[in-house]
Design a protein around this ligand. Structure first.
Ligand code: NCD
Length: 347
C-alpha cells in the first residue's frame, strides 16, 4: 500500500487509500478523454498524483497497489515517452506489464486492432493502454473488450494522461499544487493545434480546472473552429505573450497533414504554411520571445509534450533553459499515470 500522507475520502461508506479511487467514479471505467470531466474528478486524480509524486520516478518504487494485476500496453503508433511512462507507472504500482510490440505483432499480418485487443484480453489482462492512429480507436476497442481501456492517444482526438500531466506541471510552476485551482491563469497552446490530441486534452483539462486557454497559430493550424472547445484563438503570437502565464509549444505534425504520405517528411504546403523558415519567424519560441511571457525574466514557463523539433517551434536554448518545464512534464507523467491506473484498477 502507498505510504505517506493518505487522502481519505468516503464513498458509500468506504475509505479509499492514498491514490486509490478517491471518488470511485473512475473505478473499472475506460478513460478515453478529458472532455466533459469535471473539476472535482480532475482535482482528485491530480491530488492522487501529487501524493505519489515524490516516489514516482525512483526505480525501486513498488506501491503494492496493483499487485496481481496485469496491464497491457498496446501502441499501434510510435511513442517514446508515453509508452515508457505507462510501463514504469504500471510496474511501480506493482502490476505486471505486457508491452505489445507492434513491430512483431500480427497487426502487421492484417489483424485488426479489435482482434488483437480481444486476443490479448483472452490471456487475462486487467486493463489495456492503447495508442492508435485512428480517432476514436480507444473507444472502439473499449466497446469490444470487457476490461478498462485507457487512451494513450487516438489520432487527433485526445491524450488524456498528457492533459493531466500538463495541468499538474503548470499547477506546480504556478504554486497551485494545494488545490489544483488554475483560476486566473492563462495558458497559450502554440502551433499545430488542429492535429494535436495533446491540445484537445489540454484545453479540456486546463479549462476544467479554471484556466483560460488561447490557441495560437496560422489559420490552417489553429482555426477559429477551435473556439467551440471553450478556448480563444489568435493567429499572432507576439501580442499574446505578455498576457499568458505559461506557453505550450507543439510540433507541426506533418504526418497528419495532406495525403499522409511520406511519413516524417516536412511538407509545409500540406500543413498550410508557406515555409518552415517563415513559421519559425512568426511562431518559434526563441529566448527573446520567452523573455516576453507574462512575469518576464524567470516568470515565463514553457512546456512541450515532445517530440521537439529544435530550431523550428522551439530553440534548443529555450528547451534546455531555466524556463523549460519539459523534463518536469516527463517526470510528472509517471506520477499521474500511476494515479490513473490505481484509480481505475485499485481495490
Ligand atoms: C505527442 C503525441 O504523440 O500525441 N507526444 C506525446 O505523447 N508526448 C505529440 C506529438 O506527437 O507531437
Amino acid at each position: 500500500m502507498a505510504t505517506g500522507k493518505t487522502i481519505e475520502r468516503t464513498q458509500k461508506g468506504k475509505k479509499w487509500g492514498a491514490f486509490a479511487a478517491p471518488s470511485g467514479v473512475w473505478r473499472g471505467k475506460d478513460r478515453r478523454g478529458l472532455e466533459g470531466v469535471g473539476a472535482p474528478e480532475l482535482r482528485a486524480i491530480l491530488t492522487a498524483g501529487r501524493e505519489v509524486e515524490p516516489r514516482a520516478n525512483r526505480p525501486e518504487t513498488r506501491t503494492g497497489e496493483l499487485a496481481g494485476r496485469a496491464v497491457a500496453t498496446m501502441f499501434f503508433e510510435d511513442s517514446t515517452r508515453t509508452r515508457t511512462s505507462f510501463c514504469l507507472a504500471a510496474e511501480r504500482t506493482s502490476a505486471s506489464v505486457v508491452d505489445l510490440s507492434v513491430a512483431t505483432s500480427s497487426v502487421n499480418k492484417g489483424e485488426t486492432l479489435i482482434d488483437t485487443a480481444r486476443t490479448i484480453e483472452a490471456m487475462g489482462v486487467s486493463a489495456m493502454v492503447v495508442r492508435a492512429r485512428q480517432n476514436g480507436a480507444a473507444r472502439m476497442i473499449a466497446d469490444a473488450v470487457a476490461c478498462p481501456v485507457i487512451n494513450a492517444g487516438d489520432g487527433k482526438h485526445e491524450h488524456p494522461t498528457q492533459g493531466l500531466l500538463d495541468a499538474y506541471t503548470i499547477a506546480e510552476a504556478r504554486g497551485r499544487l494545494a488545490d489544483f485551482d488554475l483560476s486566473g491563469l492563462t495558458v497559450a497552446i502554440v502551433g499545430d493545434v488542429a492535429s494535436s490530441r495533446v491540445a484537445r486534452s489540454g484545453i479540456a483539462g486546463l479549462t476544467g480546472l479554471g484556466a483560460r486557454v488561447v490557441c495560437v497559430g496560422p489559420p490552417g493550424l489553429a482555426p477559429r473552429s477551435l473556439e467551440s472547445l471553450g478556448c480563444a484563438v489568435a493567429h499572432e503570437l507576439d501580442p499574446v505573450l505578455p498576457g499568458v502565464d505559461a506557453v505550450m509549444m507543439l510540433r507541426i505534425q506533418f504526418e497528419r497533414h495532406g495525403d499522409g504520405e511520406g511519413k516524417g517528411a516536412m511538407k509545409p504546403a500540406a500543413a498550410g504554411i508557406a515555409s518552415i523558415r517563415e513559421y519559425r519567424e512568426l511562431y518559434g519560441m526563441t529566448e527573446e520571445r520567452a523573455s516576453r511571457i507574462k512575469g518576464g525574466g524567470k516568470g515565463g514557463v514553457i512546456l512541450h509534450p515532445g517530440p521537439m523539433n529544435r530550431g523550428i517551434e522551439i530553440d534548443g536554448a529555450v528547451a534546455d533553459g531555466a524556463r523549460s518545464l519539459v523534463l518536469r512534464q516527463v517526470a510528472h507523467g509517471v506520477a499521474v499515470r500511476m494515479a490513473v491506473l490505481s484509480m481505475i484498477l485499485g481495490a
